[in-house]
Ligand binder design. Structure first.
Ligand SMILES: NC(=O)C1=CN([C@@H]2O[C@H](COP(=O)(O)OP(=O)(O)OC[C@H]3O[C@@H](n4cnc5c(N)ncnc54)[C@H](OP(=O)(O)O)[C@@H]3O)[C@@H](O)[C@H]2O)C=CC1
Ligand SMILES: C[C@H]1O[C@H](OP(=O)(O)OP(=O)(O)OC[C@H]2O[C@@H](n3cnc4c(=O)[nH]c(N)nc43)[C@H](O)[C@@H]2O)[C@@H](O)[C@@H](O)C1=O
Length: 325
């Protein structure tokens, strides 16, 4: 475990849902030398700005939680932004961190890196074994590139420079700090908003995108932040130089999944909406299922703490708080 509370830790994306939770987690543990920059202060797609930042700050550790992020509709509508911005952010941050002598870096990927029809649950070695889900292929390709950047720097410089760059693959996340945009958000914040507004307007029906049949695994953001700090601070390297290809990524899931129809009922309950729930199959379902095998992480000693109904209540309270701002 990392006990040096003086270490300088850069959290990229600290105003986002996960980055802000990582900062809270680190601060609660007593880390007091946390470096942050807003998007306006430092555009991570800009190579020169990122190089200057790392030369000046020379952090000991980096959490890379900055990314262009969105739900199924945003990914499907803005594929160029998703692939370009994510590739640039990853390449700039990982390379400039290396140039500045950073020994430990944690990159956040996504469960969408795995093939659309991967055997369930999806283990780490399902990577690059099949065709990706088309609605988010550009984002997934960028995330795979991020994993491969970490692996490549480990392979070439791990021994000589003592670097250990790790990647965590989060399942679908939710919680305080989420994006509640009606079209571009992920399903949980979208439904929290839709059910809340329907309740306020006494609307008789709420329409859910797709068939309701896809299954998703949902993890509360504070669990994801805790897993990120846990993986960063593991003494033992998680990549194995003897496997071919060498793996440096590890799944972070909740352990079980629900259908979107079941999720909709749970969000209706959390928000107190009692009207009808219907489905619009003209909207894309995306992956039929992406349940992750998190046994590797669980075997290392980490388990999630927040059950979905509890997390949904907390997320709903966080949404209500945004309305009072
Ligand atoms: N949310 C989810 O369900 C999942 C998320 N992930 C991954 O987890 C990580 C965190 O996601 P999450 O917290 O939800 O995302 P958010 O959108 O909440 O946060 C991302 C942060 O990155 C910042 N950012 C984006 N582009 C740049 C840039 N060019 N320069 C500087 N800052 C930038 C954003 O700033 P600004 O808003 O000002 O642009 C924002 O603060 C990402 O890597 C994401 O891919 C993986 C699986 C699921
Ligand atoms: C985290 C993950 O997020 C995206 O993939 P996704 O898992 O498909 O995420 P989603 O949350 O947007 O949808 C989940 C399911 O829910 C259904 N759904 C119903 N009603 C709404 C709705 O109102 N909004 C949304 N967004 N979805 C809805 C929707 O049709 C789909 O079947 C990618 O960006 C991917 O790259 C990625 O990493």
């Amino acid at each position: 475990m990392n006990k040096d509370l003086n270490q300088k830790i850069y959290v990229a994306g600290h105003r986002g849902m996960v980055g802000s939770s990582i900062v809270r987690n680190l601060a609660a543990k007593g880390f007091h030398n946390i470096v942050t920059r807003t998007h306006a202060e430092l555009d991570l797609t800009n190579q020169a700005q990122v190089a200057t930042f790392f030369e000046q700050e020379k952090p000991d550790q980096v959490y890379l939680a900055a990314a262009k992020v969105g739900g199924i509709h945003a990914n499907n509508t803005f594929p160029a932004e998703f692939i370009y911005q994510n590739l640039m952010v990853e390449a700039n941050v990982i390379h400039q961190a290396f140039e500045a002598g950073v020994k430990k870096l944690l990159f956040l990927g996504s469960s969408c890196i795995y093939p659309k029809l991967a055997p369930q649950p999806m283990a780490e070695d399902a990577l690059l074994t099949g065709t990706l889900e088309p609605t988010n292929e550009p984002y997934a390709i960028a995330k795979i590139a991020g994993i491969k950047l970490c692996e490549s720097y480990n392979r070439q410089y791990g021994q000589s420079h003592g670097i250990d760059y790790r990647s965590v693959m989060p399942t679908n996340l939710y919680g305080p700090g989420d994006n509640y945009h009606p079209e571009n958000s992920h399903v949980i914040p979208a439904l929290i908003r839709r059910f809340h507004e329907a309740k306020a307007e006494n609307a008789p029906e709420v329409v859910i995108w797709g068939t309701g049949a896809p299954r998703r695994e949902f993890l509360y953001v504070d669990d994801m932040a805790a897993a990120s700090v846990f993986v960063m601070d593991l003494d033992k390297v998680i990549y194995d130089e003897h496997t071919e290809p060498m793996q440096s990524h590890i799944n972070v899931g909740f352990g079980s999944d629900v259908t979107i129809a079941e999720l909709a009922s749970a969000v209706a309950k959390a928000t107190g909406y009692q009207g009808k729930i219907s489905f619009d199959p003209s909207k894309p379902d995306g992956s039929p299922r992406k349940w992750m095998d998190s046994s590797k992480l669980n075997g290392l000693g980490w388990d999630p703490q927040v059950e979905l109904p509890v997390g949904l209540q907390s997320a709903y309270q966080a949404y209500l708080a945004t309305l009072r701002l």
